[in-house]
Design a protein around this ligand. Sequence first.
Ligand SMILES: O=c1ccn([C@@H]2O[C@H](COP(=O)(O)O)[C@@H](O)[C@H]2O)c(=O)[nH]1
Length: 319
Amino acid sequence: MSERDPGRVPEPAAGPAPTPDPLPGAGPAAVSELGFGPRLQAAMARRGPLCVGIDPHPALLSAWELPDDAAGVERFSRTVLEAAAGRCAAFKPQVALFERHGSAGMAALERLLAEAAAADVLTIADAKRGDIGSTMAAYAQAWLADGSPLAADAVTLSPYLGFDSLRPALDLAAVTGRGVFVLALTSNPEGAGVQHAGDDGDGGSVAGRICAAAADENAARRSADGWGPVGLVVGATVGAETIRRLGIDLAAVAGPLLAPGYGAQGAGVAEVAATFGRAVPAALVSSSRQILAAGPAAADVRAAVEATVEDLRSLAPAG
Ligand SMILES: O=c1ccn([C@@H]2O[C@H](COP(=O)(O)O)[C@@H](O)[C@H]2O)c(=O)[nH]1
């Protein structure tokens, strides 16, 4: 990685297969002193661009012969963490699937996040938070403050109360060395109705403005070490044509691009490559159900993770 060119990341697909780390002490100590962007870049350079989603859906709990309660969710999550730690760049627990079990479910999430942090495993809490600034400050403290029981390395945010309503989270992430992923172009087809609005072919759509705001934020925040703390969510299902038509330059964000939609939602490596184009080294490809369906045996989950990592190794690096 060139420190003079922080938008570029090392080629995740080339070279020898990433070395799995044992769960305890997975990351080098020096990396943890960096901000979220450089820490994620280092993890992706080492292990490839896979983010394993931890989505304990009722149907998966049933398929794993686990109860649909907080204890089942905890067993499920710990199995996934232990099976995949050191084999992927990050984990993305889906908060809703813990929250549906009330305080016991959230306590299970707290323990999962703490266990991952102790093992130097990067976590992205998929909470999609967003509110007026005063309330946003409380969400920011919950997910991004040092010492918070729910602190993760990053959290997903919804900008539909205005990008700047996220200010408390943007500021706190920068202070605590954590990150955010702001919804820009989501993987679901319904997202287009809102996110493409205002399209002028020159980045003027809602999504284009979110991308520009994230780029501005990172330009002000990032250091010579690499990506800024503000990432975007851009579905792997979005497609090159949409990105081109909206006039969006994803590479200009200079931050990570969380790419759900791979696997269960139908996108494959070709769709990731097409959607992200020259920004593909910034794509952190998230897959949940396709991998989780391999369980309940940890060895089978691990094999599914390794197969996905292998698939993603064919992604072309940025030109
Ligand atoms: O645009 C978005 C934003 C978030 N998600 C989340 O990602 C996973 C996808 O799960 P799969 O089983 O791999 O389809 C899930 O937690 C979503 O809430 C998304 O799909 N699209």
